[in-house]
Design a protein around this ligand. Sequence first.
Ligand SMILES: C[S@@+](CC[C@H](N)C(=O)[O-])C[C@H]1O[C@@H](n2cnc3c(N)ncnc32)[C@H](O)[C@@H]1O
Length: 246
Amino acid sequence: MGAAPAGAAGDRASAARAVRDMFTSIAPRYDLLNHVLSFNVDRVWWRRTARTFQHILTRSDARILDLCCGTGDMAFALQREAGKSSPQIVGADFAHAMLQRAAVKSAGEAAPCWIEADALCLPFPPGHFDLVTSAFGFRNLADYDAGLREILRVLRPCGEVGILDFGEPQGAMGAIYRIYFRNVLPRVGTLISGVRGPYAYLPASVERFPSPQEMLARMMRTGFAEAAWTPYTFRIAGLYRGKKAA
Ligand SMILES: C[S@@+](CC[C@H](N)C(=O)[O-])C[C@H]1O[C@@H](n2cnc3c(N)ncnc32)[C@H](O)[C@@H]1O
């Protein structure tokens, strides 16, 4: 099970190509749209996620991978949280245009290093990283189980993963949010980006994404020793945490 953009053939390679083309097409307006459509709450979510892993980020010998890094905001939040400790932070994404924008935004000696790579086939040896994060990227993978297996492979024993992604709020709040997410957001997104498609794909991909319960079960089945989910802002988003066995 994985992302299935409209119009892509049913196989993994076609889905991945459609996702990459989509992000390439919206890269110039991606940051603006992110902040407008989330009312800037995205910044709070990245910061909160980074704070969660402070115990790793403040180790100067730590190696951190931000997967599906896009234009780099999660990686920058990790860098800020790390402060003077300056661990090694690598941002990886398969859309060149997104990485180009991340590189333009980079500043300072401790800036993350950017790598063009597919999350399902990472160019790193087993056990390389102390922490792998992914913000709003994991949901776009063409095969979720393969993504989890690859994350587990590159983590060292006792290494941790943090997957931040959208959820589905419940109750009255959920009903109001769904009107916004399904009807308003795709229209505004299409208007500002000038590209039809990606902002209709967003709510569809969230609906298709496994529930927190199922996602945690998948993490445990993949081989994580621990898995937990923390809802953010009425469950609009949430953080999946996992730990590799010693
Ligand atoms: C919604 S953006 C998130 C970007 C950033 N993490 C953020 O929080 O703004 C999703 C990113 O995932 C990337 N992505 C999707 N599938 C990928 C894959 N298989 N390998 C690498 N990157 C992928 C896309 O290119 C895109 O830049």
